[in-house]
Design a protein. Structure first.
Length: 597
């Protein structure tokens, strides 16, 4: 009875359905069965077969991502590094290659491989703010990885692969959101900034929930082996035991290890360090060309006048550091251009009390600047650019010098664009595109000294020389890196009878700075500057020297100190001789980011 009632209830529904059967396909099938086919187009079948075959994984140990890289052809050592991280380190590693060997490429290979294998979806990449867009571009163009730059709070949850600055991610309200998410992979660039356990950076990264983790740094040890211990503990807690046992087992002094063989074995489980000198990596030459300039009479009078003014103020301040900083700036600016020092002098004049005896001296210098008609450096730069007749990047420390150069080049029909701090990401990208595709010259301030890759350019002019050698090397590193196909021409403008003449002699002739790698240079400078800033030391030499011979002697003493520290660093480098991995012989002509024909 109940069944009968159910059927009655169903019937009205059936009556309401308008059912239609398509019989053409059945008729077609019956026709093919009776006729023995044809069943399908043979060409389509072959394509379907090849498609399925291409998706098969023949061996677990081989990299699957290499066939999906488009125009990128990784170097042998980069592929080998990625394999080791995947097969031996289970996705947790410190990539500690020396500068320029492609840590970003290695990280991209590892991320791509895990994504293809279905092991990684949600990824957070923390980098310095100036490198965010560079990382996004490299992942997008070279790996086909849909990474995005963080801009809004909602992107943390909506975007699977997000690149952000450490400073942004760790501050509220972003911190709470990021901490609430689980990441399949975390990548941290410039990871040596995590060396101190007591910093907010270290705590933040340590608390993030992550399955796989890559830490990228060219300098895993700078001052103390404890820094290395902290990085490895962040990556794999317990790998080196507790801190006291690590110290007793492996440390003689801050930078001096013991039991090197055992330490090498432990480090090789979590760290890979490729070196430039291990072979297989081809770098083009650096061709350094120093161009001495003789200032016009008025320009030399301005330099001498500013130097004497600064010296008198220095003597009055009795070496007070707070007063010295502004004087150092003034002394450096007068080496760059009259325009740079003009702005500082005018501002100083405005701040000085009207009854101060210093005020007339400042105004005298301002009036002297107004009388100067020539600009020896700008004229020389223009002639260089015309002779080079190719793309050139010009570096200057000061915005006023940059503006003057842009106008000067424009007046002489040379196309140029600026690159400086304060530009938003979009404008910086626009300037890069213009330089790459349309204009001859990029005039950059120090903001262009880091975070951009300019391998398509191989000519660089140092319009003025930073007093910190690290900044010089950072400038050169924009063009002299893997992927550069030409020898790099470095033109250093140096004005005679000024501090620039002595600084160039120090950097180029005395310590051969242009041949050092940045990691080594960084360590040398840190050891020297424990006794005080190098810039302050140079400034004191200028102020306290009464003759050209006097300052030359002081520079020679500084050079001897730097050479001594360099030897000490080379002898006591705790990573020297710990050959985590030799660089494999790369295919002939194969370089990072090489475009296939």
């Amino acid at each position: 009875m109940r069944q009968h009632e159910q059927q009655e209830n169903i019937r009205p529904i059936h009556h309401q359905l308008d059912m239609h059967f398509e019989r053409d396909s059945l008729t077609e099938l019956d026709h093919r069965v009776r006729g023995g086919g044809p069943w399908d187009d043979w060409t389509l079948y072959q394509l379907a077969y090849e498609s399925e075959e291409s998706g098969l994984i023949s061996t677990f140990d081989e990299m699957q991502c290499l066939v999906h890289l488009g125009q990128l052809e990784p170097m042998a050592h980069q592929i080998d590094t990625a394999k080791r991280v995947l097969n031996e380190m289970r996705g947790r590693a410190i990539l500690a290659d020396e500068v320029g060997l492609g840590k970003t490429i290695e990280a991209g290979l590892i991320l791509k491989e895990y994504m293809i294998r279905g092991l990684v979806r949600k990824t957070l990449i923390l980098v310095p703010a100036s490198l965010v867009l560079q990382w996004v571009r490299e992942l997008n163009s070279k790996f086909g990885i849909p990474a995005v730059a963080h801009k809004k709070a909602y992107m943390w949850q909506q975007s699977d692969i997000i690149v952000a600055s450490m400073d942004t991610a760790k501050r509220d309200p972003h911190r709470e959101i990021v901490m609430g998410l689980e990441y399949d992979m975390l990548i941290v660039d410039e990871a040596h900034k995590l060396k101190n356990k007591k910093t907010t950076n270290y705590t933040f990264v340590n608390e993030l929930r992550k399955k796989y983790c890559l830490l990228l740094t060219a300098t895993p040890v700078q001052n103390d082996l404890k820094e290395l211990y902290n990085l490895i503990t962040l990556l794999k807690p317990g790998q080196l035991g507790i801190q006291s046992s690590f110290k007793s087992n492996y440390v003689v002094g801050k930078r001096t290890p013991k039991n090197e063989v055992q330490l090498q074995q432990e480090l090789s489980k979590v760290m890979i360090r490729n070196r430039r000198g291990d072979g297989g990596v081809h770098y083009t030459k650096r061709v350094v060309k120093n161009i001495p300039l003789t200032l016009s009479h008025d320009e030399q009078a301005l330099y001498d006048g500013v130097t004497n003014f600064v010296r008198s103020r220095y003597e009055e301040s009795a070496g007070d550091l707070s007063s010295m900083l502004s004087l150092i700036t003034l002394q450096r600016e007068v080496c760059s251009s009259r325009d740079a020092v003009f702005i500082t002098l005018v501002n100083l004049f405005k701040k000085t009390a009207e009854d101060s005896p210093v005020r007339p001296k400042i105004w005298e210098l301002v009036e002297l600047i107004r009388s100067i008609k020539a600009n020896t450096k700008a004229e020389t730069t223009m002639k260089l650019v015309q002779d080079i007749n190719d793309k050139v990047i010009i570096f200057t420390e000061y915005r006023a010098s940059q503006e003057y150069l842009l106008n000067y080049l424009k007046e002489h029909k040379i196309t140029a664009v600026p690159y400086r701090g304060g530009m938003n990401r979009g404008k910086k990208d626009w300037m890069m595109d213009l330089f790459r595709n349309r204009v001859q010259v990029l005039v950059a301030t120090e903001a262009g000294g880091e975070g951009i890759n300019l391998q398509f350019c191989h000519n660089m002019i140092n319009f003025d020389l930073p007093w910190n050698p690290m900044r010089v090397e950072q400038r050169i590193g924009r063009v002299h890196r893997l992927g550069q196909q030409h020898d790099v021409n470095i033109y250093n403008l140096s004005t005679n009878n000024t501090i620039e003449e002595h600084i160039l002699s120090l950097l180029h002739e005395k310590i051969n700075m242009f041949e050092m790698v940045i990691g080594q240079l960084d360590t040398i400078l840190e050891k020297i500057e424990k006794k005080g800033s190098l810039e302050t030391s140079l400034f004191r030499m200028v102020m306290e020297s009464r003759s050209k011979d006097d300052i030359r002697k002081k520079m020679d003493q500084l050079a001897d100190t730097i050479i001594e520290v360099k030897s000490e660093v080379e002898e006591n480098d705790p990573l020297q001789g710990i050959a985590f991995q030799g660089i494999l012989n790369a295919a002939s002509g194969s370089e990072i980011g090489e475009v296939r024909p």
